[in-house]
Design a protein around this ligand. Structure first.
Ligand SMILES: Nc1ncnc2c1ncn2[C@@H]1O[C@H](COP(=O)(O)OP(=O)(O)OP(=O)(O)O)[C@@H](O)[C@H]1O
Length: 621
């Protein structure tokens, strides 16, 4: 039973969550953007550089073949020296074999370090996500984060292992090869360089256009991942409301947008490839005519002409591959930008510079002149928590009641610093929670949310989540586990197929709402915090189970300070005192009987939550 309220004009409405696609900062030069990978790539650099050097060796071996050919044609072949011809043939074979072996070695050298960089990036990314405050996660779609974590980081790995090295090798090969063309005859070199001008022009135009397309497609892939994730998560609701078709058409719309962007990308890459395929062939044709002309005038030997063709052919792949490598480069810089947008997000809720500590916690929790608004609140909106004062004495159980949307859940997020107050302070035993290290603070406060979240692991691991101090499987851990399950009336867990080792959560056995809620309650009880914050923890339980949990909770709460959001009279009955919240403040505090006597708003709330279709609005007294 929930207390409903009419839309409250005073509280800000949440705008839809921003797709991160709208937030990209101005583009910086590609090399500068990629240089941000250096701290992660540093340990892998020696092997990546060794791979590049070996790769260059392979390229030079392939470039040496035309030189040997020239020497054979102009030397031994003309003079008829058979033994030298055999040696030269063996030399060419040796160079070919050396090239193959070096390419293989390059692959082996770069594979492992690139995977290590991928691992380091994923690890850093996850650490960042876990450290970032809840407000960050409110703004970012999960599919966007997932696609950055999986697709973008793996693209960066492929770039480090192959793309970057191939681009370097191919550019060096083109420069050295072109220099050799000049060595045979300056005119051949000039023709080659002039012919390659359109390639550079096409590359420049491509960089300009492909960058934004690449960004759009990677963001759209993230949006698509979000839709799929939401549909899979909400599959029951979609089916129950017969809205599978609606979800499908949303998916199709997004998939079509992504397809169109990919097609545009494909057209841009196709155009680039056209130039990169056409120009080397044109250059070869023009050079053939120039070469024959030079031979006819005696300015070039036949051997030099033959070697020149072998060289121009050897340069075809490096030239042709540039289109693909440039698009790869731009996709990678986009991926790097997207990954670093998360790394660049400020962790605003963190440990203080000079932390205080509470050596013997008594469990007093005080809200002093607290103000709070969510980061997306608009200028001029009234704060959701608007100058709130409330003190819970050590060991006291305080029920918090108020109309729906008045800010009760928001208030429960402040003591453990899921969000920071925007004014005033929250104090434990007189110490501002912002002066405590987060680890200490979160060991002092246990929170159970209305929506019980279980992880895809065993019952045991889920319940002992907050007890990293207990060795898994130790007698002490088992005792804490049993006691917590007992208090939460979660004995059903021992009868699951694998007992307390049964996997639950998304990947595990499906549990009922009440079973999930009892395990979540057991988890917070097992944490044995000095202060418990419970957001309507018994809402999914039947009346009999609720009574049993309440009796057991009373035992636990005897020594623990507790703030409990109450949506039912039975939960209010657990409390020593009740606080009535209205318009972002505490309107009245007292025992249930006192409040019934002196607060009209409380009477209204109690009547509405006691009736079968209970509803309360802020407009009522
Ligand atoms: N993450 C958020 N970002 C922005 N606004 C939020 C966020 N969470 C809640 N709000 C807004 O804050 C206001 C108070 O919400 P809150 O969940 O604290 O109310 P509540 O009293 O717990 O309601 P209920 O009894 O229905 O659970 C609402 O207007 C809500 O839209």
């Amino acid at each position: 039973m929930t207390i409903h309220s009419a839309p409250n004009q005073a509280t800000p409405q949440r705008p839809p969550r921003a797709s991160a696609a709208n937030e990209s900062p101005p583009r910086q030069p590609t090399l500068k953007a990629l240089a941000r990978l250096l701290p992660f790539a540093k340990p892998a650099l020696p092997r990546l550089i060794a791979g590049a050097v070996v790769g260059l060796g392979a390229a030079l071996a392939s470039l040496a073949i035309p030189l040997v050919l020239q020497w054979v044609i102009d030397g031994p072949l003309r003079s008829g020296d058979r033994s030298l011809i055999v040696w030269a043939t063996l030399g060419v074979l040796g160079l070919g074999a050396a090239e193959a072996a070096l390419v293989f070695t390059r692959r082996m050298l770069v594979l492992a370090p690139a995977t290590e960089v991928e691992y380091a990036l994923r690890r850093g990314f996850t650490e960042r996500l876990l450290n970032l405050q809840v407000a960050f996660h409110d703004r970012w779609q999960s599919g966007q984060l997932l696609s950055r974590m999986m697709q973008d980081i793996s693209l960066i790995r492929r770039w480090l292992a192959f793309g970057s090295i191939l681009l370097l090798i191919n550019l060096v090969t083109i420069v050295v090869g072109t220099a050799l063309l000049f060595r045979w005859h300056w005119l051949l070199g000039v023709v080659f360089v002039v012919c390659s001008i359109p390639i550079w022009g096409a590359g420049f135009r491509f960089e300009q256009r492909y960058g934004s397309l690449s960004r759009s497609s990677q963001d759209q892939a993230g949006d698509l991942a979000t839709s799929v994730e939401e549909s899979v998560h909400g599959i029951r609701v979609l089916k129950a409301f017969g809205r599978g078709g609606h979800a499908m058409s949303k998916f199709v719309r997004q998939a079509e947008t992504l397809r169109d962007t990919e097609l545009q990308k494909g057209r841009e890459v196709g155009l680039l490839w056209f130039w990169y395929d056409l120009v080397p062939v044109l250059a070869l044709g023009l050079n053939l005519m120039t070469g024959i002309w030079l031979v006819s005038r005696g300015q070039l030997t036949v051997g030099e002409l033959f070697a020149f063709f072998a060289m121009a052919t050897a340069l075809r792949w490096p030239m042709g591959s540039l289109g693909f490598l440039f698009s790869f480069l731009i996709d990678t810089r986009t991926a790097t930008d997207r990954v670093f947008e998360v790394f660049d997000s400020q962790v605003v809720i963190q440990d203080p510079a000079e932390p205080k500590t509470i050596t013997a916690p008594r469990g007093e929790l005080a809200f002093r002149g607290v103000h709070f608004h969510y980061p997306d609140a608009r200028e001029g909106d009234t704060d959701i928590i608007n100058g709130l004062d409330l003190t819970l004495r050590p060991g006291e159980t305080m029920a918090l009641v108020g109309a729906t949307g008045c800010g009760k859940t928001t208030l429960t997020t402040l003591p453990s610093r899921l969000y920071d107050v925007t004014g005033g302070s929250v104090e434990i035993d007189g110490v501002d929670v912002r002066d405590l290290r987060l680890e200490e603070l979160r060991s002092l406060i246990g929170v159970a949310f209305e929506e019980p979240v279980l992880f895809s692991s065993s019952v045991r691991e889920n319940v002992l989540l907050g007890r990293a101090d207990l060795a898994p499987g130790s007698p002490e851990a088992e005792a804490v586990l049993r006691e917590a399950l007992d208090v939460a009336q979660a004995g059903f867990a021992t009868e699951l197929p694998d007992g307390l080792d049964t996997a639950v959560g998304e990947e595990g056995l499906s549990l009922s709402g009440g079973q999930r809620q009892r395990l979540a309650l057991a988890r917070v009880v097992a944490a044995k915090p000095a202060i418990l914050v419970l957001d309507d923890p018994l809402s999914a339980l039947d009346v009999d189970t609720e009574a049993l949990v309440e009796a057991a909770l009373r035992r636990v709460l005897a020594n623990t300070t507790a703030l409990i959001i109450a949506h039912r009279p039975s939960t209010v009955a657990l409390a020593d005192r009740v606080a009535v919240m209205r318009d972002g403040r505490i309107e009245a505090v007292g025992t249930h009987t006192e409040l019934l006597r002196r607060s009209a708003h409380y009477r209204h709330l109690i009547v509405s939550i006691s009736s079968p279709n209970g509803s309360a609005t802020e407009e009522q007294p």
